[in-house]
Design a protein around this ligand. Structure first.
Ligand SMILES: Nc1nc2c(ncn2[C@@H]2O[C@H](COP(=O)(O)OP(=O)(O)O)[C@@H](O)[C@H]2O)c(=O)[nH]1
Ligand SMILES: [Mg+2]
Length: 349
């Protein structure tokens, strides 16, 4: 699963990419770990040789200047966006005379809306093209009729500047749109890059917050500048520094988890002496398909899953105590895996 970073030039996309990836590689592609406090708890119980967090891929898309792209540039840009699975939209709220703002003045709500409008417009164009093609085809079946109906609702919503994700479509209806690559149907997260003083004072951005909520876009406030300072501190000094800003954890941790959720991903966990590990799967994945994450042999030879809830294992203190208390469940191939399930798969080869 691939998270695409979008936003105006000079909003902090590259900086955030490096922060999330924990490197300074300077490329447009990176891999970010998803911090998961449950892994530390499992490590204390199992003392594994290694601990492996879940990861997700990041792609920085070229800076977008709304309203100023040639048609060819626009198409190339949106084709690149379509290759990603969810969007991390970086919005600039920091003032810095040394870093010119492409729109000259600072106005996060204006910038966020302008970028979003480009996405809405790209979707509207796509919806109209696809609907016209379907309407003309003579061999239309029931599926195509249903698609046309949903596309009609999308066109109406998009025309009112409402992203497809906020139209209240059912999973089935969204499934009908699956192949069309609509950008505002996928998860999106707004990362508001605020100045150090605004972070310290906990300044609210009410207009932006209301606008984001209306579009079903979660908003996370952070400061790339402050995050870079945190990353440069020795671990034992971080807590105190975070406190100065009224934070309990780095903003990049919150962002990584929110981005993971925007991708529609959850984690199941495996734990043993060799490795404690978090495995990313789409929410709603059945047990047998989840097993394929680990190895296709386990999927093929799937017998059952032995499943414990994280909180139960934490309270029991060991796998044996958990089993003795009768808290280990046996689940079949169709069991829908939940976030934080600790699973041991039984399979034959
Ligand atoms: N003052 C300040 N400068 C920042 C912040 N985040 C990024 N910058 C600077 O803004 C410039 C553009 O950042 P960059 O991450 O390259 O933006 P991009 O064009 O969106 O990829 C760089 O010079 C950064 O150092 C911030 O939070 N505060
Ligand atoms: Mg950049």
């Amino acid at each position: 699963m691939d998270l695409g970073l979008v936003g105006l030039p000079q909003s902090g996309k590259s900086t955030l990419l490096s922060l999330l990836a924990g490197t300074n590689a300077g490329g447009r592609l990176a891999v970010a770990r998803v911090p998961d406090p449950r892994l530390a708890v499992l490590s204390d119980i199992f003392h594994p040789r290694r601990v492996t967090p879940a990861t997700m891929r990041l792609t920085e898309l070229p800076g977008l200047l709304p309203g100023r792209l040639e048609k060819g540039e626009r198409n190339a840009f949106f084709e690149a966006v379509r290759k990603t699975d969810a969007l991390l939209h970086v919005v600039r709220a920091f003032d810095d005379p040394g870093t010119p703002h492409p729109e000259v003045t600072l106005d996060p709500l204006r910038d966020a809306r302008n970028i979003e409008e480009e996405l809405l417009l790209a979707d509207l164009e796509r919806v109209e093209t696809v609907a016209a093609r379907l309407a003309k085809s003579h061999g239309r079946g029931r599926e195509e009729e249903l698609q046309l109906a949903v596309l009609g609702r999308c066109a109406e919503g998009l025309g009112e500047a409402r992203p497809v994700r906020s139209l209240g479509l059912t999973a089935e209806e969204l499934g009908l749109l699956g192949g069309f690559g609509l950008l505002t149907a996928r998860g999106e997260l707004l990362a508001l890059n605020v100045g150090e003083d605004d972070l310290r004072s906990g300044r609210r951005f009410e207009g932006l917050e209301a606008w984001a909520a209306a579009g079903d876009i979660p908003l996370v406030t952070f400061s790339a500048r402050v995050e870079a300072e945190i990353a440069g501190l020795p671990a034992e000094e971080r807590g105190e520094f975070l406190q100065e800003f009224g934070l309990t954890e780095p903003g990049t941790d919150r962002l990584a988890r929110a981005a993971y959720a925007a991708l529609g991903l959850i984690s199941f966990l495996t734990a043993g002496e060799d490795e404690v590990r978090a495995w990313p799967i789409p929410a709603g994945t059945p047990a047998r398909r989840a097993a394929a994450k680990i190895h296709s042999d386990i999927e093929r030879g799937f017998i059952r899953a032995e499943v414990a809830a994280f909180a139960d294992l934490q309270a029991a203190g060991s796998w044996k105590a958990l089993r003795d208390k009768g808290l280990l469940r046996l689940e079949g191939r169709d069991y829908l895996v939940r976030d934080g399930d600790i699973i041991e798969f039984r399979f034959h080869v």
